[in-house]
Design a protein around this ligand. Structure first.
Ligand code: FES
Length: 551
């Protein structure tokens, strides 16, 4: 629809442009003015030309009224409002102009040259209204053209020059109109010339004029009816929406009234409220999720898709996917993610407590291995090492929370503690296997193998953004991190690759030979921590049962 409006607007703009230039020629020479007018008429009065121009006029006006009727609000930027108002004023004068020229020509064979219409209007208010029409059309067209092209680079470059053209064209046309008007009116005051003009223009009789006025009034009536119908549809829709609408309040945001039946995400979009939705509203990413602070009990239960997605991220109670939730009663919601993808600090930075598995990993003998090496070689080795082992973490849904020189801290943020523990165990044995492959490569290159130590534990953690606003990476804090770190440190003295706390095994529903478990008194931890030492992480499965559960 908008393309049709632009296309029809362009046709009218081009027509108006040449029409105004034509009028402006009155400033120089009457013959020149009439010569160009004849040329224009041969196009605009041709059958096809007439269809194009009058079709564009009706289409442009009709589409404008439809778009007004379909609006949700009359609030709009000033430039748009100005364009709409000017556009609605144009027919009030243009219809009269069309009836007195083209219609009079077609019905009474009036020779509607520029002089004829000028004499009709000169020297009363009609000439000023006609001048006003010229300005309305021109400003309306210029705004429309600018709105359409303003985002293109070439247009922005041309704007300073186009402003000059925009001011020149109506000024030129008005100057031509006044000059030609004064000349014609002077001629018309001469009785002999007056007779010649009347004959030349085939001046309509009183009755014919009366008919023309009636036609003009009828045309205006049609326009007023169309306008009233537009207003009726607009206010009717508004009333219907009010009756079928619901209030949504956004924490840290506005309060809106939206149509029932829409999803929360659609309501946000309809009201210009930024709302992250990476999967586009398919219920597959959870980035649109909101915490419903008021009215949660009035909402329909989550759909299967929504429930599955929320479960996958272990979303706390009261969380809903905006793209799947259709409120029918007032709600207050908090958008968890900002449009840039970061969590909104107001809630998330306060932290979110979860029971998760964390894994601490450190490369053994790193200092001895890299002493004397060039810094670039050290960076190269570390990156190769992490490239080799990190996929084993991410493959299980884990993420590296942070890299610490030759080590890392990873967490497994899954739906619940059991799945988090299982993911941590699978990742640990996967790292063991990845390390063996990596060491084979190093061996082939004549380099000594890399040794590692890992501590895996599960406990309560707080996930939050720590740091200044917009510079706050998401991180984890809690005793479980300390325990995992201490367990990793213990692997060194035991010469094992992995220490898994019994808490992890229990949460995953697994167990090991009780004789294999050892109690560790860890610094900063009040109680001894029972843990399973595993010499080669790749063989973790053989130490625990039932092994098929972590295969
Ligand atoms: S937009 Fe992705 S789940 Fe709602």
């Amino acid at each position: 629809m908008s393309r049709l409006r632009i296309a029809s607007g362009l046709v009218l703009f081009v027509f108006a442009f040449f029409h105004f230039i034509n009028i402006g020629l009155g400033l120089f020479d009457t013959d020149l003015l009439h010569g160009m007018q004849d040329g224009r008429k041969s196009l605009s009065r041709h059958f096809i030309g007439s269809i194009v121009i009058y079709g564009a006029f009706l289409l442009h006006m009709g589409l404008a009224l439809i778009s007004i009727a379909q609006r949700r609000t009359l609030r709009m930027p000033f430039s748009v409002a100005l364009q709409v108002v000017l556009g609605l004023l144009i027919p009030l004068q243009l219809l009269s102009h069309l009836v007195q020229t083209r219609y009079a020509h077609e019905i009474f064979e009036v020779n509607d040259e520029m002089g004829y219409i000028i004499i009709l209007m000169w020297p009363n208010t009609a000439i000023w209204l006609q001048s006003l029409l010229l300005l309305l059309v021109w400003v309306h067209g210029c705004i429309g053209l600018h709105m359409w092209l303003r985002l293109t680079r070439w247009w922005r470059r041309l704007v300073p020059y186009l402003i000059g053209v925009a001011v020149f064209v109506p000024g030129f046309a008005l100057a031509g109109l006044l000059t030609e008007g004064r000349r014609i009116w002077t001629d018309f005051a001469d009785p002999d010339l007056r007779e010649q003009y009347i004959e030349h223009y085939n001046w309509p009789s009183q009755e014919e004029f009366q008919l023309l006025f009636t036609v003009k009034d009828n045309a205006l009536m049609v326009f007023w009816v169309a306008l009233a119908l537009t207003a009726l549809i607009y206010f009717g829709r508004k009333l219907w929406r009010r009756r079928h609408s619901v209030r949504v309040r956004y924490v840290n945001g506005p309060e809106v009234v939206a149509e029932k039946g829409m999803t929360l995400l659609e309501m946000s979009r309809a009201n210009g409220i930024p709302h992250t939705a990476l999967c586009g509203g398919k219920g597959r990413c959870t980035t649109c999720r909101v915490v419903v602070e008021e009215g949660a009990d009035q909402l329909h239960p989550p759909t299967e898709v929504e429930a599955r997605s929320l479960k996958a991220v272990g979303a706390p109670e009261g969380t809903r996917l905006a793209c799947q939730t259709r409120p029918t009663d007032p709600v207050t919601v908090f958008r968890v993610f900002r449009p840039d993808g970061a969590r909104d600090r107001a809630h998330a930075s306060q932290g979110q407590e979860r029971q998760l598995a964390v894994l601490f990993l450190d490369m053994r003998g790193f200092t001895a291995r890299t002493t004397g090496q060039l810094p670039y070689d050290i960076v190269f080795l570390l990156n190769r090492f992490f490239d080799a082992i990190v996929p084993a973490i991410t493959a299980q849904g884990g993420v590296v929370d942070k890299y610490m020189g030759d080590g890392l801290l990873a967490m497994f943020e899954t739906a619940d503690a059991a799945s988090s523990a299982s993911a941590g165990l699978r990742a640990a044995s996967g790292i063991g296997r990845a390390l063996e492959r990596f060491n084979q490569q190093l061996g082939a290159e004549g380099s000594p193998p890399v040794r590692i130590g890992m501590g895996l534990h599960l406990g309560d953690l707080v996930l939050g953004e720590i740091g200044a606003a917009k510079h706050a990476p998401r991180t984890i804090i809690g005793d479980a991190v300390n325990v995992a770190s201490r367990l990793e440190a213990e692997t060194k003295g035991l010469s094992v690759e992995l220490l898994v706390s019994n808490t992890v095994l229990s949460a995953a529903g697994l167990h090991c030979n009780p004789d294999d478990l050892r109690d560790f008194n860890l610094r900063g931890v009040s109680e001894p921590v029972p843990a399973l030492p595993v010499t080669r992480a790749a063989e973790l499965d053989s130490h625990i049962s039932p092994p098929e559960q972590i295969a």
